[in-house]
Design a protein around this ligand. Structure first.
Ligand code: 2IT
Length: 447
């Protein structure tokens, strides 16, 4: 494989699709050596086929706002790869959504899903709809209009969407309600992240954050450390950040910062249960302001406008918000304040040169596709429960999630251990995911 040539070709074909090109480059750089040991992969042009989505659906979404005005957005579903199972991946509602963002996410999802040990292909979808400032009624009308188109592309054995940024339990509920009317079937297996009383898995809301902390704990143990007593900085206050704060606190760590687009809340004594419980309220308010945490708990934290979580002194950094939210400058600031571990919980949360900085300056680092895979893994468990019309207890789901995160960590160690005994988690995760998808594609012939 000639990585540079493939990237140059993609750049010429998809100019300006920077997130997509960044995600492809990272994976290809990691797998190049292994790939070149497999001439059968090269003969079947596995890489050239793998970097292209199977298909992209684009559709118009028109809805009426609270003022009675007609609004139009663009909706997408990108079915990226179905080598190891039906298409699976979240729906993102954010003003910056475009094909590049969803292609990067669908590409990442393909390898992440392969790591989970469950049979799921990769997909992503969403819309440039901006939830900020929208009322609950507007969210409902938008979700219904979105499903009016999406429902034709999905199905429990075909493509199973879930939530992502800007799309949580509330939005999945509104979308499922519309799906049910259109399909005229109570087909719970078509979406995951549903409410616990109507087919949702217990612990799916917590799963991304919980899984991330189980993975972090494994990584620390491998390095001879423990999370108990560590200080942690978290970015974001959505579903993923919420689960991460909950489990980090349960494991005895102290969350000393949570941030938003408006700044950072610094919490010297560590986040409390009441503050964690307030995070979902902040998310569904659609205000998108972390300052609301300070307004609600002024005696527990201070608010620093315009600053990121990475300006706060901590042992462990957990990006839980958005892609490329941690730059090389942030990485340097963290390191100079004593941070020694960064586990990426958001998809591609760190810029490429931030990862390189961490890795060459002795900061333990693990990539999102391994760390955050507990979310989609628990979606896979939800699908199993739906298909067999049963509901597992929280204990059962938690045990399975823990087991899956342990397996993902084992895979990273297997494929990422370096001659000096340290683990390159980026290489480990990419090679493990790639080998599984590539082998399946090879065995299924040229299609
Ligand atoms: O990025 C992700 O893995 C998700 N947004 C969850 C996808 C899923 O299908 O649960």
């Amino acid at each position: 494989m000639n990585t540079n040539q493939i990237i140059e070709n993609l750049k010429a074909k998809y100019p300006g699709e920077n997130e997509y090109l960044q995600a492809v480059q990272e994976v290809l750089e990691s797998v190049e050596d292994v790939y070149n040991q497999h001439p059968e992969f090269e003969k079947a042009r596995i890489v050239e086929r793998m970097v292209e989505p199977d298909r992209i659906f684009t559709f118009r979404v028109t809805w009426i706002d609270d003022k009675g005005q007609v609004q139009t957005n663009t909706g997408y579903r990108i079915q990226f790869n179905s080598a190891i199972g039906p298409y699976k991946g979240g729906i993102r509602f954010h003003r910056a959504v475009n094909p590049s963002m969803l292609k990067f996410l669908g590409f990442e999802q393909t390898f992440k899903n392969a790591l989970t040990t469950l049979p799921m292909g990769g997909a992503k979808g969403g819309s440039d709809f901006d939830p900020v400032g929208k009322s609950d009624d507007e969210i409902m009308r938008f979700c219904q209009a979105f499903m009016l188109e999406l429902w034709q592309c999905i199905g429990p054995d075909q493509d199973i969407p879930a939530g992502d940024v800007g799309c949580g339990g509330r939005e999945i509920g509104y979308m499922y309600g519309m799906y049910k009317k259109l399909a005229r079937e109570y087909n719970t297996g078509v979406l995951t992240g549903k409410g616990a009383t109507w087919g949702g898995s217990i612990l799916r809301p917590e799963a991304t954050g919980f899984g991330a902390l189980y993975f972090t704990q494994n990584l620390l143990h491998k390095a001879g450390k423990d999370i108990k007593g560590c200080t942690v900085a978290v970015s974001g206050f959505g579903n993923v950040a919420w689960g991460a704060c909950l489990k980090a606190t349960q494991l005895g760590a102290k969350v000393v910062a949570v941030s938003g687009p408006d700044g950072v809340c610094v919490i010297p004594d560590g986040i409390t249960k009441e503050m964690i419980d307030y995070m979902p309220v902040m998310r569904t308010s659609n205000r998108n302001k972390v300052e609301d945490m300070y307004v609600k708990f002024p005696d527990k934290c201070s608010f620093v406008p315009g600053k990121k979580a990475w300006s706060v002194k901590c042992d462990i950094a957990l990006p839980c918000a958005f892609q490329n939210e941690l730059s090389a400058e942030d990485a340097k600031e963290l390191k100079s304040n004593g941070t020694w571990c960064c586990c990426e919980v958001s998809n591609m949360g760190c810029q490429s040169d931030a990862i390189k900085y961490f890795q060459s300056n002795g900061v333990l680092f693990a990539p999102g596709k391994a760390v955050n895979a507990g979310g989609v893994a628990t979606s896979g468990l939800e699908m199993t429960q739906n298909a067999s019309h049963i509901s597992w207890s929280g204990k059962e789901v938690d045990e399975k999630l823990h087991f899956i995160m342990d397996s993902i960590h084992d895979s990273c160690v297997k494929y990422g251990t370096q001659p000096d005994g340290t683990v390159d988690y980026v290489k480990g995760a990419n090679i493990a995911g790639f080998m599984k998808v590539a082998t399946a594609m090879l065995e299924q012939g040229i299609i």
